[in-house]
Write a protein that binds this ligand. Structure first.
Ligand code: ZN
Length: 382
């Protein structure tokens, strides 16, 4: 698509001031300046004219604003991989920093809550994984996207019962309990997560799980596929893969027809590149007992930040995640990953999901930006 320099600059302080106010709603610390804002209206081009009515883009910043905020939408995004959250204090485990097992797959509620508070303070805001895969990144100006995922369903949504109004009562300290608490405290955090489930769902009663899964998708969370029996896909035959993947999609479709995400978190992160071998095609397309499915993305098990979906090295069949654990800042734990992200590698948003904005030097050879998802591209000189 077109890489174009900022052109027509029109001062419309009144309009843009209100837009920015809406954009920053609820933010506790707003250090962006309140100086007059420049609006750029971009004329449409011939080759995009059929879509311009719906993707017409209003720009509410200057190149100087972009430089100051370090806007860069070709940089990386943290997609965190959690498993079980236990209602425990960090002091109650014998492992480092709130890990509940030696490898840190499972964590205390104290550590999880501290993670969420820390990411918020560092300027991260949550978004749906499904939107990320679609290249639809809607995060306020100057902030960075953050994506949460949970694998296996165990201890993530533990039900104590149901309130009189039909809402679920969660056990204290399970993942959803902490998420809902943080959601109330920080309305502009956009709290959301994707839960990747096996046939055991959340391990409550079947009836409760079906009800709570409906509640989750009604309340801003997503449900994805982690295979029916939690199998390692690498090495399986196409028939076995089709059964494991298709049977799980079919189960989800019976509970929440058409409302799950067609994304798979690969158990054990295998295979590492799903598109690499023909026998893996059943991960992406197939049918089980007459139920047809397609998969649009697969997630690896974890070590590091994900590429932006707009760049050359991003692979939607092998999306990287960060293992959400504490290891004293080494071996790709949260601290190490966020240190690297915050050291000039993090995606910083321009606040507009319909544009891709970055310093021109970041695509100087012209081959780093690969997929624009039809968005307008804007560059600036650093
Ligand atoms: Zn798993």
């Amino acid at each position: 698509m077109n890489i174009r320099k900022i052109t027509a600059l029109i001062l419309t302080a009144a309009v843009t001031a209100s837009l920015l106010a809406g954009c920053k709603k609820g933010a506790e610390t707003s250090e962006e300046s309140t100086e007059p804002v420049v609006t750029e209206t971009s004329e449409t081009t011939a080759e995009t004219s059929e879509t311009t009515t719906e993707t017409s883009v209003e720009i509410t910043y200057t190149a100087d604003d972009l430089r100051k905020a370090g806007v860069n939408e070709l940089n990386s995004v943290p997609i965190l991989m959690y498993h079980r959250i236990y209602n425990m204090k960090n002091s109650e485990t014998k492992y480092t920093g709130g890990n509940v097992d030696k490898d840190g797959y499972n964590r205390t509620s104290e550590a999880f809550e501290n993670d969420l508070r820390s990411f918020y303070e560092q300027g991260y805001r949550m978004m749906r994984l499904d939107d990320f895969v679609d290249g639809n990144i809607d995060v306020a100006f100057g902030y960075s996207p953050l994506i949460l995922t949970f694998d296996d369903g165990i201890n993530d949504v533990v039900l104590e019962g149901w309130n009189a109004d039909g809402s679920p009562k969660f056990e204290a300290g399970c993942a959803i309990d902490v998420l809902e608490k943080i959601k109330k405290e920080f309305p502009d955090y956009n709290v959301t997560a994707t839960f990747f489930l096996n046939c055991g769902l959340f391990h409550n009663s079947k009836e409760d799980d079906h009800k709570v899964i409906k509640w989750l998708v009604d309340n801003g969370y997503d449900i994805g596929n982690h295979t029916y029996n939690h199998v390692q896909i690498g090495g399986k035959s196409p028939d076995e893969i089709e059964k494991e993947v298709g049977r799980m999609y079919k189960l989800l479709d019976e509970i929440i027809p058409g409302r799950y995400v067609d994304i798979i978190a690969l158990p054990y992160g295998s295979p590492e590149s799903s598109a690499s071998k023909p026998e893996y095609e059943k991960i992406f397309k197939g049918s089980y007992e007459g139920f047809s499915y397609t998969t649009k993305a697969t997630l690896l098990c974890a070590w590091t930040r994900s590429y932006s979906p707009f760049v050359r090295d991003y692979d939607s069949t092998a999306i990287r995640r960060i293992r959400a654990y504490d290891n004293k800042g080494v071996y790709w734990d949260i601290e190490m990953n966020f240190k690297q992200l915050n050291d000039g590698r993090r995606y910083i948003s321009d606040g507009n999901p319909n544009t891709i904005v970055f310093p021109s030097s970041d695509n100087s050879k012209g081959d780093w930006l690969k997929n624009t998802f039809g968005h307008q591209v804007i560059t600036y000189d650093k």
